[in-house]
Design a protein around this ligand. Sequence first.
Ligand code: HEM
Length: 136
Amino acid sequence: METFITIIRESHSGVRWLVVLLGLIIIIKHSIGWAMKSEYSALDRRLVSIFSAVFGIQFLLGLLMTVLYLITGRFVMATSGAHLVIMLIAFFVAMRTSKWKNAEGVIPFRNNVIALVIAGLLIYVGVLGLPVGWSI
Ligand code: HEM
């Protein structure tokens, strides 16, 4: 059980950097597309799909962590609970990105940048509140 929890925790801890990296790439690329009023491309759609898939994996690992932490008495309401709630909101906000993929003009760029900046701030705060915080 201990080894399994360690594997899931390390995976959840590591996948965060993929979420952060992909989120930053999309924010930068979409901001440029928004400023230059570019055509929303297949690459933009692909990046958002990859980000959603990676965040989905992080979400499932997080839910598994929640169950494992609850059944082994590790779940601390003030820190684990706050992280859980903040991340569920961040996940909901980040998943809005699929809503506008077929919208006209700069709307997908603009809305995705806004959604991902809000989700990014929530993720920053949600990890900061954990005992381990942003340390590697
Ligand atoms: C989407 C829903 C998520 C759920 C349900 C969730 C759940 C959890 C839980 C229960 C813990 C253990 C808390 C504790 O140590 O007391 C945890 C730890 C952690 N989570 Fe999440 N999480 C989610 C999303 C995220 C996201 C998006 C990130 C970062 C991008 C993230 C990064 C971390 C980190 C770095 C830890 C500490 C791991 C360690 O102790 O080494 N989580 N998460």
